[in-house]
Design a protein around this ligand. Structure first.
Ligand code: GLN
Length: 283
């Protein structure tokens, strides 16, 4: 007799437990994808239905360390589903705390119709989440990668945000990239910040875009280029919220202070430094 959905998931979870910390969840997400239904519908049907033929090859891909998000083409972030391809970094739980910090900062400052700039927008997850949470906000998302911009535009369209999100190709290492953007109440960025010789897990190292991860020997190259350009892009009371690696708060704060900012670190749920809030010092 053919495997049921339930027994196929059980076998896959055992097989994947060597390569994944979330083997059971991975197996469930792959099964829902193979069945073309939601995870909760799949769980309701799992004792009766036969496992679909396509499931095994999805499990093979995951066993070779390919991330689930690339296999199924989607990742949940802050309660919404975002399309992802290997051209964009997979949105991470870590970055949800960056969104949290940015939302608090904007809600405290209470500008009327906040203008938001997302530097290195990738899938658009950070920008589009903020726009969804702040119905009066307008956003610009830039990325150096044209394929990434296509992914972000697709996500903007699916979330009904095309009118509020201007997503375009721009590269902050090229002078003049921001000349026609105006000024912003909030600038967010999850730039590349991994040290070039860091030992990453195979699913990150072999599948995610290196250009979104690595930033020189100490992981600071992009902060060093981007931060000096932020003062002219911020309104007087504007705030920048930058994602950082958990060991980088001090070094990135130092760069920010050299360019007129006061910096405050913000921790993630695991109590690691995850974001820096930058405000221009007055006077
Ligand atoms: N947090 C990511 C990782 O280490 C890095 C993201 C980034 O460089 N912006 O996998």
């Amino acid at each position: 007799m053919a495997d049921t959905v339930a027994s196929a998931i059980r076998e896959a979870a055992t097989r994947l437990s060597g390569t994944s910390d979330t083997a059971r969840l991975d197996a469930e997400l792959l099964m829902a994808h193979a069945l073309g239904c939601s995870r909760s519908d799949m769980l309701l049907r799992r004792m009766q239905d036969a496992a679909p033929a396509g499931f095994a090859s999805l499990v093979d891909r995951r066993a070779a360390c390919e991330p689930v998000a690339y296999i199924i083409g989607a990742q949940e972030f802050y309660g919404r589903s975002f399309a992802v391809t290997p051209d964009v970094l997979i949105p991470r739980g870590d970055s949800e705390s960056v969104v949290e910090a940015a939302l608090n900062a904007v809600l405290n400052a209470a500008p009327e119709a906040p203008r938001i700039l997302d530097c290195g927008t990738g899938s658009g997850a950070l920008l589009l989440t903020l726009l969804a949470e702040l119905p009066d906000a307008q956003g610009v998302g830039i990325d150096a990668s044209a394929p990434a911009v296509e992914v972000a535009r697709g996500n903007a369209a699916r979330l009904g945000m095309t009118g509020r999100a201007d997503i375009r190709v721009a590269d902050w290492t090229v002078p003049g990239w921001a000349d026609d953007l105006g000024q912003f109440d909030l600038i967010i960025a999850n730039p590349p910040y991994v040290e070039s010789d860091a030992q990453l897990d195979a699913d990150v190292r072999d599948y995610e875009p290196a250009s979104a991860l690595f930033a020189g020997p100490d992981g600071l190259d992009d902060y060093a280029i981007l931060i000096p350009q932020l003062p002219k892009l911020l309104m007087k009371n504007g705030i920048a919220v930058l994602e950082i690696g958990s060991t980088q708060a001090e070094m990135v704060s130092e760069i920010a202070q050299q360019h007129g900012f006061a910096a405050t670190a913000h921790k993630d749920l695991g109590q690691r430094d995850r974001a820096l809030l930058l405000r221009l010092r007055l006077g």
